[in-house]
Design a protein. Structure first.
Length: 100
């Protein structure tokens, strides 16, 4: 679906060379969790704080809508999204869906 297309596309775009993207799914308590991690360029604190803001983009050709739309879609589903990132090391995005 569009949510995961956006998240995986961002991982692909963050990788410079010899890239690795891992996708893990598992149950954790009352949640079903999807983790997407990469060994890309990572993000600084400013970027992490503004990721979901409409029109915020680190890409010269980006419109800054992909993650804003992704966050809104996840909010509508009562899901959670969290980012962990270290510059020059990589990023992990964690999406949690409440089990039904």
């Amino acid at each position: 679906n569009r949510i995961f297309q956006n998240l995986i596309k961002n991982s692909i775009q963050a990788i410079i060379e010899n890239g690795v993207i891992n996708i893990n799914t598992f149950a954790e308590g009352e949640f079903f969790v999807v983790e997407i991690s990469d060994n890309g360029i990572g993000m600084d604190e400013f970027t992490l704080k503004n990721l979901f803001e409409p029109n915020f983009s680190t890409k010269s050709s980006g419109m800054g809508l992909g993650l804003a739309i992704t966050k809104k879609s996840l909010d509508d589903m009562k899901a959670e999204i969290e980012y962990e990132s270290i510059q020059n090391t990589g990023t992990k995005v964690i999406v949690r869906f409440k089990k039904i």
